[in-house]
Design a protein around this ligand. Sequence first.
Ligand SMILES: *[C@@H]1O[C@H](CO)[C@@H](O)[C@H](O)[C@H]1NC(C)=O
Ligand SMILES: *[C@@H]1O[C@H](CO)[C@@H](O)[C@H](O)[C@H]1NC(C)=O
Ligand SMILES: *[C@@H]1O[C@H](CO)[C@@H](O)[C@H](O)[C@H]1NC(C)=O
Ligand SMILES: *[C@@H]1O[C@H](CO)[C@@H](O)[C@H](O)[C@H]1NC(C)=O
Ligand SMILES: *[C@@H]1O[C@H](CO)[C@@H](O)[C@H](O)[C@H]1NC(C)=O
Ligand SMILES: *[C@@H]1O[C@H](CO)[C@@H](O)[C@H](O)[C@H]1NC(C)=O
Length: 505
Amino acid sequence: MKLANSRTESCHGYFVTCFFSIVVVLIMFSYYFSSSLVNFSSSKFEFSSSSPPPVATFELQRSVQISDRQIQAVHLTASSSDGAITAVNRFRNSTTTTVIKKLSTVVLRKKHDLIMIKHGLARARASILKAASTRNLSSNIHNINDDDFVPNRAIYRNPGAFYQSYLEMERRFKVYVYREGELPITHNGPCKDIYTIEGRFISEMEHGAKRFRTSDPHRAHVYFLPFSVVWMVKYLYKPLTYDLTPLKQFVADYVRVVSTKYPFWNRTSGADHFMLACHDWGPNASQGNTQLYNTSIRVLCNANTSEGFNPQKDVSLPEIHLYGGNISPKLLSLPPSHASRPYLAFFAGGLHGPIRPILFQHWKDREDDMIKVYEYLPKDLDYYSFMIKSKFCLCPSGYEVASPRIVEAIYAECVPVILSNHYVLPFSDVLRWEAFSIQVDVSEIPRLKEVLMAVTEEKYRILKENLRFVRRHFVLNQPAKRFDVFHMILHSIWLRRLNMREMDR
Ligand SMILES: *[C@@H]1O[C@H](CO)[C@@H](O)[C@H](O)[C@H]1NC(C)=O
Ligand SMILES: *[C@@H]1O[C@H](CO)[C@@H](O)[C@H](O)[C@H]1NC(C)=O
Ligand SMILES: *[C@@H]1O[C@H](CO)[C@@H](O)[C@H](O)[C@H]1NC(C)=O
Ligand SMILES: *[C@@H]1O[C@H](CO)[C@@H](O)[C@H](O)[C@H]1NC(C)=O
Ligand SMILES: *[C@@H]1O[C@H](CO)[C@@H](O)[C@H](O)[C@H]1NC(C)=O
Ligand SMILES: *[C@@H]1O[C@H](CO)[C@@H](O)[C@H](O)[C@H]1NC(C)=O
C-alpha cells in the first residue's frame, strides 16, 4: 500500500494535517437535545410550489435516536433552555467574586453553545417557512448581493424558500472536519477524471470554505468524515477480488476512532455526521458502520433507492467528469443559442448496467439522421461536438445510477433525457428537474424518437433556456463561488440538518 500520493492526484498538493488534537472529554450529561422554539419537525418543510410534488419529494423529517444514557442525562439536567442561559449569565456576572469549578465552566459553555445552535436553527427554520409561505421573491432578491444572479422561478420548487435557506446557510452553517486519519485515504481525494467531485469537495472543505468551517466542534451543526472511497479502492482493495471488506473495515475503524474520542457521534447516533463518495462502491463502504448507513447523511453519486439510498437523510451528488482536471474547452464556449442543432438525440458510451442494452438494442447503429447512438464513438468523431449539435442528450444509467453525461449535457445546453430507475436526481429537493430535462421511462425506449419529436418547439425552447439558468449550480469553481455545485452540495446537507428532529425532552 502506497502511503504518499502523487502530486498530480491531489487537489492542493501536499499539506500537513495534525492529528491527535486533545479534546477535553466532556461529561455526557452536559449535552441534550430538546424541543426547538419552533417545532419545525412537526410542520412540513416543502420546497414545492402549489402543485403536488413528485413522489420522492421531501417533507424531510428525521428522527434522531438518542441513547438511553443521554435520555437519562436529559432528566438529570432537567433545565429549560432559558434556565441554562440564566445560569451562564449568573456565572459570568459572578466570575470576579466567586470561584467556580473549572468543570462547570466547561459544562456551562458547552451547554450554552448547544442552546445557541438550537436557537439559530429555529430562527433559520422560521425565516425559511415564512419565505416559503409568502412566495414573494422580490423581497428576497435584493438580499442576494450577487449582480450576475438572475433568479428564474421556473427552475426552483420554491424560489423564495430556497434563497432564504441559502442565505441562512451562509449566515449560520458550520461544519467540523475531523482531523483524524492519514494521507492519502483521508483529507484527500481524486481531482480529475470521473470521480473528481470527491477530491474537490474534500479539498474545498479542508482548504477553502472558511466561512462554513469551524475548528470548534462544539459550535458545529454537522461533522464531516473526510475519507475518500476512491482512494480506498485504489489503496486497500485487491483488484478482481470484489471483496469490499477492507473498505468497510476502514470506515468502521474511522467511526470507531471518532466516536470513542469525541462525544459527538454518540450524541445523535451519527445523524449529524456526513460522508461523501462518488465511487460506485460508496454505499458498500458505508455499510462498514450500521449507524453511518442507517442514520448519517451519506452524500453519494450512486443514489439508488433500491440499494438503501434514503432521500430523506442522504444527498444525491452529481457526477462530474474532468479530463486532466478541467472541463472540455468545447463546453466553455458554446455556439450561439440560435445555432442549429441538426441531431435530435445523442449518446455514446459503453455497454454497462441494466438500461444501456435496451437503448442499444433499439437505437445503436441505426441509419437514422436524427438519433445518434454509438457504443464507442469512432475515433474521427468528437464527443462534445455531438453534444453541442444535438437537441437532446441521452443519459442512461450505467453500472450505477448517476452519469456524468447529465452535467455535461447541462454545460452543453443539450436537454438531458434521464433514462434511469430508482435514481434520485441531485438537488431535486430544490430544483424542478422537469423544467430543464426530460425523464423517459425505460419502457418507452423503443418509442424514444416519437417521444422526443412530440416535445413542441416552444417547450424545447424553454427547457433549453432553463439549462442556462441552472448551469451555475453544477459548475465546479476553484475557489468555490456562491450558488455553485460545492455550495449546492453543502446546502443539501444544511437542509437535512435543518430537518433533523431533535430530541424532545
Ligand atoms: C447578568 O448580567 C446580564 C447582562 O449584564 C443581566 O441581563 C442579567 O440580569 C445578570 N444576571 C444576574 C443573575 O445577575
Ligand atoms: C413583495 O415584496 C415587496 C417588497 O418587500 C413588496 O413591495 C410587495 O408588495 C410584495 N408583493 C406581494 C404580492 O406581497
Ligand atoms: C455493493 O452493494 C450492492 C447493493 O447492496 C450489491 O448489490 C453489490 O454486490 C455490492 N458490490 C460488491 C462488489 O460487493
Ligand atoms: C460511544 O459509544 C460507544 C459504543 O457504545 C463507546 O464504545 C464509546 O466509548 C462511546 N464514546 C464516548 C465518547 O463515550
Ligand atoms: C438499520 O436499518 C435496517 C433496515 O432498515 C434495520 O434492520 C437495522 O436494525 C438498522 N440498524 C440499526 C443499528 O439501527
Ligand atoms: C439499482 O439497484 C437495483 C437493486 O439492487 C439494481 O437492480 C439496479 O441495477 C441498480 N441500478 C443501477 C443503474 O445500478
